[in-house]
Design a protein around this ligand. Structure first.
Ligand code: AHR
Length: 307
């Protein structure tokens, strides 16, 4: 079919009903579960036969899941690539099979796989901006003389971990009150975030700021700090990203300062963009999602809609 080896992405026929693949990377946190649910909810509303898989935290399984979807003859693929490089073969294979791919919530290495050529578009947030906004909130709200920061990074090699680090670190480097004394991966997971925080707390007992690349690790860090007799929100400022229910509750309880939103509700946007693509409309290579910011000022207003 058209576009298989060319510079363009494969076309999508206009149909009443589509066979849609959604290859989820893992389901070990509320964010992922909310995203998968959003695709299931959209399947009804958008008339999809949805094939949804769960790679259980393995990039290799995620590639194999896409292979299996290609074999099952999906019309279109929605892929949140767990890591930037290992998922490139899945993008290339889908294109070779004539299946248009939309990356959702995470991206792949842009030097190798390109929007408008290998995949149609990336639907998602500006992760660099999220990191910058977390840093800016800290710069404006920290009232001590010296901020000793521990950074809990997301999954190594994933686009949000790379970009949230860059955005935050570059901004913080412009204010000499702050020093990042340790930066280590917690794989976006609560339990690992707790364990890493426990270890880093022993090496850096003077820590008074934690920047976590997502709320699950922030909650894990709060648990570790409390176990060590520290008072998150009082003697340690916690800044994070996502906007989960537990994080909004932690803000309401005074334990967390800020969480910059990163929404998991991609289903409706996926439906809309896919229909436009099938109708032959031009799709920008990055369909950017706008993010809000949750603090003491508004957390209570949003907790009911949180996940
Ligand atoms: O890709 C988005 C990130 O992935 C979310 O911030 C995180 O919670 C999730 O696992």
């Amino acid at each position: 079919s058209a576009g298989i080896a060319g510079a363009e992405t494969p076309p999508l026929a206009q149909k009443d009903r589509y066979k849609v693949g959604f290859a989820q990377m893992e389901s070990n946190n509320p964010w992922r579960i909310a995203e998968t649910k959003s695709f299931h909810d959209t399947a009804k509303a958008c008339n999809w036969d949805l094939i949804a898989t769960d790679a259980a935290g393995s990039a290799a399984k995620q590639v194999a899941d896409v292979d299996s979807m290609i074999a099952q003859g999906i019309d279109v693929l929605f892929l949140p690539p767990r890591e930037e490089k290992p998922l490139i073969p899945a993008v290339m294979k889908a294109k070779a099979a004539g299946i248009p791919t939309f990356l959702v919530d995470r991206s792949v290495d842009p030097n190798v796989a390109k929007a408008g050529e290998h995949f149609v578009a990336f639907l998602g947030s500006d992760f660099i901006d999220q990191g910058e906004r977390a840093a800016e909130w800290l710069i404006e709200n920290f009232d001590g003389d010296k901020g000793v920061i521990v950074e809990l990074e997301g999954t190594t090699g994933s686009s949000p971990a790379n970009d949230r680090k860059k955005g935050f670190d570059d901004r913080i480097a412009q204010d000499d009150r702050f020093e990042i004394v340790a930066s280590q991966t917690g794989d976006f997971a609560r339990d690992l975030g707790r364990q890493v925080m426990e270890t880093l707390l022993q090496a850096h007992p003077d820590v008074n700021v934690v920047y976590a690349h997502n709320d699950e690790m922030a909650i894990g860090a709060i648990q570790a700090l409390e176990l060590a007799g520290r008072k998150p929100g009082e003697d340690v400022t916690i800044v994070s990203i996502d906007g989960t229910r537990d994080a909004l509750q932690a803000i309401i309880d005074g334990k967390m300062g800020v969480t910059v939103e990163s929404s998991p509700f991609f289903g409706p946007l996926a439906c809309e963009v896919m229909k436009k693509y099938a109708a032959g409309e031009e799709i920008p290579g990055w369909v950017q999602v706008e993010d809000r910011i949750f603090t003491q000022d508004n957390a209570a207003d949003h907790i009911d809609e949180a996940y």
